[in-house]
Write a protein that binds this ligand. Sequence first.
Ligand code: RNT
Ligand code: ZN
Length: 418
Amino acid sequence: MSYAEAKAKYAAIGIDTDAAIQKLKSVPVALHCWQGDDVRGFDGDPNAALTGGIQTTGNYPGRARTPEELMADIDKVIELVPGKVKMNLHACYAIFDEENGGWVDRDKLEPKHFKKWVDFCKSRGMGCDFNPTFFSHPKCDPLTLSSPNEETRKFWVEHGKACVRISQYLADELGEPCVMNIWTGDGYKDIPADRIGPRVRYKQSFDEILSEPFDKTKVYPCAESKVFGIGVESYTVGSAEWCLKYASGRDDCISLMDNGHYHPTEVVSDKISAILAYDEKMALHVTRGVRWDSDHVVLFDDETREICKEIVRCDALDRVFIALDYFDASINRVAAWTTGFRNLQKCLLFALLEPNETFKKLQDEGNFSKLMVLQEELKSFPFGDVWEEYCRVCGKPADGAWYPAIEAYENEVQRKRV
Ligand code: RNT
Ligand code: ZN
């Protein structure tokens, strides 16, 4: 079927496919820099273990080892994905060189350590989100912001404040808001004797970090919750309740939900409307958990589609900051990035092609038979033709036309990284 026929078919149910395509083109989706190098960063021993309850598995050849390699890989992704890309950096991706005085520890990071990233984003017309890095560092004891050791806790608070300043710099330089996400792996392997102590200290630390001045219209600090991690199975300081309560208690902090961070039968698609009923903004980490927070590549699957549908149905494309968050080292990393980004775009486009007003009306009228039938029939609409048109309008390759570029890049560039 051609695009013209698909367009007519959608028009018959009240959907303007051209409008959906134009809308999607303007929605920023943050691309996580950490898929390219297995969350290692550039500020420490590249062979040190990843800590904080997260893990990459696999040893596929071609990992980016330097800022130049990582940027080249990101450029390859940008070449192959439709839509508006925003960069998402972690503090451990600071770039130290002779010009900026060389290495400093995380509590001493400055905007100048991200100047090269700003240049990178500027020349590609991208905004940039930011994340302080509270893991994979000798000062994780293993707690960070909730540590009972005041010296440790202060170190990490200083890191958080430095990251507020860097986030402000990114927002100012790039002219797009900067979402600054605070996630730590703080917690315990076994049953704790004191659950409230760490949580009270965590609150104090967040308050101290957010006491650093910033422009609330440009920098959006978030609290990302988690249910558990590897080696942190029994207790997580920044639990769902802690993060929700914290964010709801302030006008300068929002909730970030990562769909890998809940019990396996809980779904983030059901949580979005609950937050949006109260808060103007929220943020998401879109990932795929296989049995646990495994950070598999995002697919065009039921839950990702449902998450995107919820954002669209709530008319909240400008209220929900969307970011990807996964890391697979067992396959080509550029393919992993590209597949996940394209799939998120697909899910958003799929959501934009739903006759939401019709469906809502049927629900309100109690006509659940017709609602089910129409929802089911929509699944076999000619979505692929609209997706192909979207790729064409964005000047990016259609399905079937981009994977050879990955194979060539792997052979010519990534496999030579030895
Ligand atoms: C970990 C969290 C967190 C990290 C990144 C690297 O479980 O999801 O967001 O994945 O900060
Ligand atoms: Zn996350």
